[in-house]
Design a protein around this ligand. Structure first.
Ligand code: C5P
Length: 217
């Protein structure tokens, strides 16, 4: 019905950062509050969807009606996404770390007191979105996010092609510092660009979910 346009649909959402351990007390991460992804999960549940929220470490309550799967690293997030399939749509909002420590130490790395720094070799993480785009289990609607500081639309169009997703929601993180409560976003698809006003994150979320419901109808 009109109030629950996503009734009967399963929506998979990733949110938050990933933490890539260097040793038991240190990690590599991207900056991410998780607020936009959590707002999208809440809006999808309000629209009647069954929602799986695969979340990196954040300080946010689970929205009502949402099934939350907590993970730390990108590889754990990739496995949790795979385990949550099939889905009618996937919205990948997480700020996944591109690299992890090639080998995490199992004991705390100690300073040696003489100014020597430990070498830190990196390994590339799986691209969860690009992998899902090529998977036989690819959801019919696959949406990525792009946080950009410049040439926002051009970068988003390139990312749409490179990742093989259906939509990229690009946000201008120069206009809205990360961790805030508002976003100015551009919805970039193969058929064009729709630039929205600067809005609170929950309003951005409702607008995204309305578009998803239209697309799945
Ligand atoms: O390449 P970039 O990190 O800018 O792409 C952002 C989009 O790709 C987001 O939707 C993010 O969730 C997704 N992503 C991913 N796995 C990665 C890196 C990014 O799913 N390893």
């Amino acid at each position: 019905d009109n109030h629950r346009p996503l009734y009967g649909k399963h929506i998979l959402i990733t949110a938050g950062p990933t933490h890539e351990p260097i040793d038991p007390v240190r990690y590599i991460a991207n900056r991410s509050s998780g607020k936009q992804g959590y707002a999208i999960a809440a809006a999808a549940a309000d629209a009647g969807a069954k929602v799986t929220l695969v979340s990196g470490p954040v300080n946010l309550p689970t929205p009502p009606g949402v099934t939350r799967v907590d993970v730390e690293s990108a590889r754990e997030m990739a496995a949790a996404v795979d385990a949550a399939l099939p889905a009618d749509a996937a919205i990948m909002v997480a700020a996944v770390a591109d690299w992890r420590a090639a080998e995490a130490a199992d004991k705390k790395i100690k300073k040696d007191g003489s100014g020597n720094v430990p070498p830190l070799a990196l390994a590339e993480n799986p691209d969860i979105l690009a992998t899902l785009a090529k998977s036989p289990k690819r959801p019919p609607l696959l949406i990525g996010f792009a946080a950009e500081t410049n040439d926002v639309i051009a970068h988003a169009q390139a990312k749409l092609a490179r990742k093989g997703c259906d939509w990229i929601i690009a946000n201008d993180v120069a206009a809205d510092p990360m961790g805030g409560d508002a976003n100015r976003v551009h919805l970039v698809t193969a058929s064009g660009v729709d630039s929205w006003d600067r809005l609170p994150k929950d309003a951005v979320a409702r607008q995204i979910i309305a578009k998803v419901a239209d697309a799945l109808r």
